[in-house]
Design a protein around this ligand. Structure first.
Ligand code: SF4
Length: 92
């Protein structure tokens, strides 16, 4: 079973207007930020038309990978979603 197929079964309750992951404003992405385009299993990170890295947390599975890579460098801010929000795993 592909990862994408497994991710399909998860459900998310998005805390609209209160994302639990934020990317620090930048003009040129750091190497850490660029790496997030490849390592996020849910593909939450994208390059916008201006060449900056953006995050959309709708499908975030709260794996913490981006937190380990880019929070120590100050490139992102990461916190757990508020209670009741975030991912709901169907298979634990
Ligand atoms: Fe992607 Fe995991 Fe970071 Fe969520 S916590 S944005 S799934 S790398």
């Amino acid at each position: 079973v592909r990862v994408e197929d497994k991710l399909y079964y998860n459900r998310y309750l998005v805390d609209v207007g209160n994302p639990h992951v934020k990317v620090r404003a930048h003009t040129t992405p750091s190497p850490q930020l660029l790496s997030l385009l490849k390592v996020c299993p849910a593909r939450c990170y994208e390059l916008n038309d201006g060449g900056q890295v953006e995050v959309a947390v709708d499908g975030c599975i709260e794996c913490g990978t981006c937190r380990v890579i880019a929070e120590p460098t100050g490139d992102i801010q990461w916190s757990h979603p508020r209670g009741g929000y975030g991912v709901l795993f169907k298979f634990g």
